[in-house]
Write a protein of this length. Structure first.
Length: 605
């Protein structure tokens, strides 16, 4: 430790945490969209004067490293003209952002004329002027169709909002009043972060704060390197598959751990796609750190020190490091999430290979976001654009000692959640038929993955007869929530457009997909109408399982069946549990499992 006494060091460290927390609260209170204040699609963090990460905040962790690069890009672009009270806007994916809809507002923090730190935050803005409302553009052929994109522009100058820039931004988007509210929430967030940081300086002095920040980074690096030394050396491989418009892509990862360093090598991944599932190298870097922060650094401050032991190899021109002007608007639920899943899987394998850390291993959590943006006139005849936030509800992957949590969130965003049904119905002219856990969605295993969920919605009180929606589903062909140690993956996503019968005289009140009348059409990519008496059904994946499903105690499977999260069919054919009514027959189960194990050996290659 430096000359700073331990008590002062600890106090300042906690004060820095509080700066981020208060800024997040401010952002949520000012923002008016459910994706921000309900789904928590946001991030707030602090950075050092050179742009390096000082204090990673909550929200989507993919953005911690990308926002660091955004700060550095602003430093390079505006060298010599970064002044007290300035704020900068950046959302170009080929500079630092993940996709154009995630707008960063970056604020330099000065003390007595000296630049001492930065605060940075983002939200997914209401609209960005892309070819589709909401910013996700599955049919975009290049980034020029994906909305306004800036590699860095000064939004505020010496504390004064630049009206020319403000008017230009709002002139290029749908719903400018909501976009203005999103941007004001980012400005307010940075104002709070700056004020609280200056409060720390005023109380403890710049030298003490700077020394503490330096020591925090040194401490984080030392602690992560020590943890890596305690883990076995080796290589772990994993791959993810995704589809777009019927085309199949893969993200391949070889994670190597040697001594106190980690290398993530994506060599072998598919060439970049003509569709918007691609991501840039900065997005891939954020995607691999998103699970690394909580899985390996849960008790370490997330800062530049955690980044230093890690190297990424992402070949140019691939789906994980696309060349401009490849489209990337679906990146956050496309290649980025596949990078995220692959890293989570590889880290889980490494932890499970360690006797000391095996109890911290987890299968992949919610691995397949569905990006479903609604847009149209709502019941108050106002334009409404927004995402169905159920995707943020997630599903917990199984742990090495326990089941995953049903509808249990996701690894890359520790505070993700879904909005109340009433919130969504108040914003859009739709009505939910049901929203619930999805049976058989959690990956089977000795420890079961948490379930995903299923919903169905219909138009309701819609001035235009319904709404439109943009779907970027990546297909329903491949499970992505990988299991671990013999555990099965979670179920795939599914999207069904139910065309109501022509003679249907009233709106349906069915409580299951099977009970909704009409013709079913599988869909996964594009822009679709939800009109009249049609319905839309969506289900999302569960978490991966851990261990052999045949090793799961019969009484636990019995309980799963009674609670409706595992079907009787799955209990018998996957878990090998013979049920007599709702009770497990121990003798029949033992016989069935012995037969299934024998069949495995006979068919094994």
């Amino acid at each position: 430790m430096s000359s700073i006494d331990p008590i002062t060091f600890s106090i300042i460290r906690h004060r820095l945490f509080r700066v981020v927390e208060e800024a997040v609260i401010t952002l949520k209170h000012v923002s008016g969209t459910a994706i921000t204040n309900e789904g928590h699609d946001l991030m707030v963090s602090l950075y050092r004067a050179d742009g390096s990460l000082l204090m990673g905040g909550v929200g989507f962790l993919h953005h911690l490293t990308s926002a660091a690069e955004a700060c550095k890009a602003v430093i390079r672009r505006f060298e010599g003209s970064i002044e007290e009270g300035d704020m900068f806007l950046l959302n170009d994916p080929y500079t630092a952002a993940l996709h154009t809809s995630d707008v960063y507002v970056i604020c330099p923090i000065h003390h007595e004329g000296r630049l001492i730190a930065w605060s940075a935050c983002f939200v997914h803005v209401f609209d960005i002027g892309a070819m589709n409302p909401g910013g996700f553009a599955p049919d975009a052929v290049d980034i020029f169709s994906e909305g306004f994109s800036s590699p860095g522009i000064k939004l505020m100058s010496r504390g004064v909002l630049r009206d020319d820039v403000w008017a230009t931004l709002l002139n290029m988007v749908r719903g400018p009043e909501m976009v203005a509210l999103d941007l004001r929430s980012l400005i307010a967030c940075n104002n709070v972060a700056r004020e609280r940081m200056l409060g720390i300086v005023e109380k403890y002095g710049y030298e003490t704060l700077d020394g503490t920040c330096s020591e925090l980074i040194v401490q984080s690096e030392a602690r992560l390197r020590q943890r890596l030394l305690e883990l076995p050396d080796g290589q772990w491989q994993t791959r993810q598959y995704l589809t777009a418009k019927g085309e199949q892509y893969r993200v391949v990862l070889t994670m190597s751990k040697k001594a106190d360093s980690l290398t993530f090598d994506f060599t072998g991944s598919s060439a970049q796609s003509p569709y918007a599932v691609n991501c840039t190298k900065w997005a891939s870097l954020g995607g691999l750190f998103a699970p690394l922060f909580p899985l390996l650094c849960y008790d370490i401050t997330w800062n530049e020190g955690v980044i230093r032991p890690v190297t990424m190899i992402a070949p140019e021109g691939t789906i994980v490091n696309a060349n401009r002007p490849a489209p990337v608007s679906v990146a956050t639920v496309g290649a980025i999430q596949s990078v995220n899943n692959a890293a989570c899987s590889a880290i889980g394998k490494m932890l499970s290979a360690s006797e000391r850390y095996a109890d911290q291993a987890t299968a992949v959590w919610h691995a397949n976001h569905f990006a479903l943006f609604l847009f149209g006139q709502n019941q108050r005849n106002r334009l409404s654009i927004g995402i169905l936030t159920e995707t943020f509800a997630g599903a917990g992957g199984a742990r090495s000692f326990a089941d995953g949590v049903d509808i249990g969130g996701e690894i890359p965003n520790p505070i993700s959640r879904m909005a109340n049904v009433e919130t969504t119905e108040a914003s859009f002219p739709i009505r939910y038929l049901f929203r619930r856990r999805l049976p058989d969605s959690g990956g089977p295993g000795r420890y079961r993955g948490g379930t995903g969920g299923e919903i169905a919605v219909v138009p309701h009180d819609a001035p235009d007869g319904g709404v439109q929606y943009v779907l970027s589903g990546k297909g329903s062909s491949f499970p992505q929530s990988d299991g671990l140690g013999g555990g099965y993956p979670g179920a795939v996503n599914d999207y069904v457009w139910i065309h109501a019968p022509e003679n249907q005289s009233r709106a349906t009140f069915s409580d299951s997909l099977e009970g909704i009348p009409g013709t079913r059409e599988p869909i996964d990519w594009g822009v679709f109408p939800l009109m009249g008496k049609d319905a839309l059904y969506v289900r999302w994946n569960g978490g991966g399982g851990i261990g052999d499903p045949l090793a799961r105690p019969a009484e636990e499977v019995e309980l799963d069946v009674r609670e409706g999260v595992v079907s009787e069919t799955a209990a018998r054919t996957i878990y090998g549990v013979a049920l007599e009514g709702t009770r497990a027959d121990d003798a029949a189960t033992e016989t069935l499992r012995a037969t299934m194990r024998k069949q495995r050996l006979e068919t094994a290659k």
